[in-house]
Design a protein around this ligand. Structure first.
Ligand SMILES: CC(C)(COP(=O)(O)OP(=O)(O)OC[C@H]1O[C@@H](n2cnc3c(N)ncnc32)[C@H](O)[C@@H]1OP(=O)(O)O)[C@@H](O)C(=O)NCCC(=O)NCCS
Length: 301
């Protein structure tokens, strides 16, 4: 097995591997056919990550140069985010995942690594915890259909973030959760793809009380990442974002299971659980005080 960085000539081959890995794993282990029959939508993940963190994907190839697996990583001020990690079904259980992760750990040097993984996947759970990752938070991935007429009582306090908000958003996340990802927020607000929405809510004194990102991709509508000082503010951000940007659409989001108010409201909106997840950290894990909505795209553990 050889480890190298992903090259542009491999993007389609990797999209096929992402699809095969997730599709085969879920069909054979969980009896769930959630990833469809097409590999082309998986180019989205590669395109988003190469735009956000160019060159930050380790790939494993066999002796004839065929891809066996991949691990995207996301260097930030305080830590390195990891994900998505995939191995080709023909190579499951042969040490490829471990080799990829060990290379990402080497690249991170001494920085902590953070990721969100499925809590229903013993293979990834075992891979990460054997490497020393420690679960910090129980999460639940949900999907809901937003009514065409919108959600009653949506906030008037929310506003779209501007370039002038970037530092304040990154500082707010650092104060709340001890991690900083200014690059992400610049990327969302610059919004070259046109898919990103970033909203903020301020206190009366003009300081931030919370922010929430949403993405409207051709194939997926996602809420997250976002952080708020309390559940009431996050609920306001969620409701406002769903109402303003996603009327009549299906939207996916990941909630911390201990946020009972958010979970209760999601069920009241008709949201359904899709998966349980864990936010895990290798290395120093600052206490997370903020109400945090992570997401998989881009990985934001
Ligand atoms: C999850 C995934 C990346 C793992 O990759 P892999 O190459 O099969 O994993 P590896 O063979 O390198 O290692 C798995 C490790 O878990 C251990 N393991 C597996 N099942 C275990 C169990 N039930 N209990 C304890 N350890 C277990 C293995 O022994 C190995 O540890 P070791 O290297 O210390 O011996 C792969 O199964 C995959 O691509 N799945 C589909 C996509 C996916 O779910 N990705 C993760 C998204 S979060």
């Amino acid at each position: 097995m050889k480890l190298a960085r992903l090259q542009p000539s491999q993007y389609d081959e990797l999209a096929k591997l992402l699809h095969a890995s997730l599709d085969v794993w879920h069909r054979t282990r969980l009896n769930v056919a959630r990833f469809g029959s097409e590999w082309e939508p998986f180019r989205l993940t590669i395109d988003v990550y190469e735009a956000l963190d160019p060159g930050c994907c380790v790939v494993a190839t066999d002796e004839s140069g065929v891809l066996m697996g991949s691990a995207f990583f996301h260097p930030r001020e305080t830590h390195v985010g990891v994900g998505v990690v995939t191995v080709h079904p023909s190579a499951f259980g042969r040490g490829v995942g471990r080799a990829l992760m060990e290379e990402v750990i080497r690249i991170a040097e001494s920085k902590p690594l953070r990721l969100v993984s499925s809590a229903m996947n013993l293979d990834s759970f075992s891979l990460y915890t054997r490497l020393g990752f420690v679960p910090q938070m129980m999460l639940q991935s949900m999907t809901m259909q937003v009514p065409v007429e919108g959600l009653p009582g949506a906030t008037k306090r929310m506003r779209a973030a501007t370039m002038a908000d970037i530092t304040a958003i990154a500082d707010f996340e650092f104060r709340q959760n001890g991690i900083r990802k200014e690059k992400d927020y610049r990327f969302f607000i610059e919004n070259q793809s046109g898919c990103w929405r970033l909203s903020v809510i301020e206190r009366d004194d003009g300081t931030l009380a919370g922010f929430l990102v949403a993405s409207a991709f051709p194939t997926d509508n996602l809420l997250g990442q976002g952080v708020a000082e309390d559940e009431a503010t996050m609920l306001e951000l969620m409701k406002g974002t769903l109402d303003q940007h996603f009327r009549g659409k299906t939207v996916a989001f990941i909630l911390p299971s201990m946020c009972a108010t958010l979970v209760k409201q999601a069920y009241a909106w008709g949201a359904r659980n899709r998966e349980t997840n864990l936010l895990s950290v290798l290395g120093e894990a600052p206490r997370m005080h903020g109400v945090t909505l992570p997401t998989f795209l881009p990985e934001s553990g």
